[in-house]
Write a protein that binds this ligand. Structure first.
Ligand code: HEM
Length: 203
């Protein structure tokens, strides 16, 4: 593992723990995640990945070795959301609008790293009785499958090549991207649970 990935892992650990906890980790681990909680998770991931992929597509030169087409998750999430009668917003709140390529690299670490926990999370989802009818066609939480290791290693090399000179900025942006996740989770809750959004400002 290169120095940048080590720093990212160590210096965002509290953010991972906090985010995981907020995103229904207890319900997930005890096999009691409800259908609405699952819908809420899909919407949160969908808004994050849709915004991140669009922002990365605006920086093709910087992200060429990231191989964006090998990492797209928005269409998986679109399909999963359709299964639970939700859709991604046509005019989403701006997320990552003013982020530089180096900052987007920090956000990409959060998006790609989240695929590492996928196997564990899939195992938990399978424990939930309520979700069984939905998991047959589920795509997002199956993640990269056997490609997980190779894609993560390739991401590490890309991140080091493009981000090592600006390591402090990459780490700060990764922390901020975890915060974005939590904000998206907060403002999408009303859409799933049926009351009005309180605050729609994001990041
Ligand atoms: C309950 C939900 C979650 C669980 C159980 C979980 C679990 C895990 C596990 C087990 C790993 C380590 C995998 C390995 O080293 O092979 C991991 C890594 C990671 N997860 Fe999560 N995760 C969860 C949610 C999330 C979310 C929502 C995000 C993003 C917002 C996220 C971002 C990351 C990142 C960035 C890493 C990489 C850490 C590294 O640098 O090695 N995780 N997760």
């Amino acid at each position: 593992m290169n120095d940048l990935l080590l720093r990212l892992r160590d210096e965002t650990r509290p953010h991972h723990t906090e985010t995981e906890q907020l995103l229904y980790a207890d319900a997930l681990r005890s096999g009691t995640l409800s259908t609405d909680q699952y819908r809420h998770l899909l919407l949160t991931h969908g808004i994050f990945h849709q915004a991140l992929e669009a922002a990365i597509d605006n920086e093709p030169a910087f992200f060429s070795d990231y191989r964006p087409d090998s990492r797209r998750k928005t269409n998986w999430l679109r399909a999963d959301l359709e299964t639970v009668q939700l859709s991604l917003p046509v005019h989403p709140q701006p997320v990552f609008a003013d982020w530089s390529p180096v900052q987007l690299l920090g956000a990409a670490y959060v998006g790609e790293g989240s695929m590492l926990g996928g196997k564990t999370v899939w195992h938990y989802l399978e424990q939930s009785e309520a979700l069984q009818p939905l998991l047959g066609q589920a795509r997002f939480y199956r993640g990269y499958g056997v490609q997980t290791g190779p894609l993560w290693r390739e991401f590490g090399e890309f991140a080091f090549a493009q981000g090592a000179p600006d390591a402090d900025a990459v780490v700060a942006a990764a922390r901020q991207a975890f915060d974005c996740y939590r904000k998206i989770f907060g403002y999408t809750a009303p859409q799933v649970f049926g009351h009005l959004p309180a605050d729609t400002s994001v990041c």
